[in-house]
Every structure is written in structure tokens, then in C-alpha cells.
Write a protein that binds this ligand. Structure first.
Ligand SMILES: [Zn+2]
Ligand SMILES: [Zn+2]
Length: 138
């Protein structure tokens, strides 16, 4: 993590390293407040420090904003891969899809419109199996 910070010309601070480690170890996305609750267990900090660092880390592309649910921004570690996600709107679990379903669509769009397509984004939101079950039990 220190190396990553160095490569991005970011000053190395304990909190910054802990933030990166926590985000890296998650297999779901996380919002600032949840992240604060994890970080504060390891190092005294405050919510505005978390917000400030999240902004720095997203500006340097180490962390990416996944989605916004009810006005809350959710972040995840940027593994630099081109992936799409299934996001559970209830528990915020993020499930990466194995493949990109859009590349053939891109080619046919390019053919039809004459555009050169440079990028796209796509996310699916729903309820994961666990949350779906809970909702049906209610
Ligand atoms: Zn869920
Ligand atoms: Zn794609």
C-alpha cells in the first residue's frame, strides 16, 4: 500500500494506508461512514478525514466510486480491470461479472453510427440471494 501511495505522489499516512487496506480487503463496496467505523478501530480518526482521503484516493484512481444509493456514494478498490457489477441495493454487496457483455454491441454500434466507441459503463442493481430471501420472509 505504501508503494501505491508513493507511485501516486501521495503522502504516506497511517490513516491513508489503513483506508486502502480496508477497502482492498472488502468484497463489497463501502460508504464513508462504514469505512470510518472500520478505520477507527485501528487508528483514531474522524469522518472528515475519511472524506478527504476518499477524495484524494479517487482523484488518484486508487479507489473508484461504484455507485450512489440513496444519496450515499459507495467506493471500492480499483483493481484496474474492465468489469461490470451486480450491486445489491440492500447489503451493498458487489458482485463482479466475469465478462463484458457489451463488446459485440459496441462493434455493431460503431458500424451503425460511425462512432469510435472509447468506453462504456454498466451496472446492475438488485437484491442478492440472501437479501431476496429476507424480503420474502417479511
Ligand atoms: Zn444483499
Ligand atoms: Zn464492458
Amino acid at each position: 500500500m505504501e508503494q501505491l501511495l508513493k507511485e501516486n505522489n501521495l503522502k504516506i499516512t497511517d490513516v491513508r494506508i489503513i483506508i486502502l487496506e480496508e477497502i482492498y480487503n472488502l468484497n463489497s463496496s463501502i460508504n464513508a461512514e462504514e469505512l470510518y467505523n472500520l478505520v477507527v478501530k485501528r487508528k483514531k480518526t474522524n469522518l472528515s478525514t475519511i472524506y478527504r482521503n476518499l477524495k484524494l484516493l479517487t482523484d488518484s484512481n486508487l479507489v473508484v466510486k461504484v455507485t450512489e444509493i440513496n444519496g450515499e456514494i459507495y467506493y471500492r478498490y480499483n483493481n484496474q480491470e474492465h468489469t461490470h457489477h451486480l450491486i445489491c441495493v440492500n447489503c451493498k454487496q458487489v458482485l463482479p461479472l466475469d465478462s463484458c457483455p457489451l463488446h459485440s454491441l459496441e462493434s455493431s454500434l460503431e458500424k451503425d453510427t460511425g462512432y469510435e466507441i472509447l468506453s462504456h459503463s454498466l451496472e446492475f442493481r438488485g437484491l442478492c440471494p440472501k437479501c431476496k430471501e429476507k424480503t420474502h420472509l417479511k
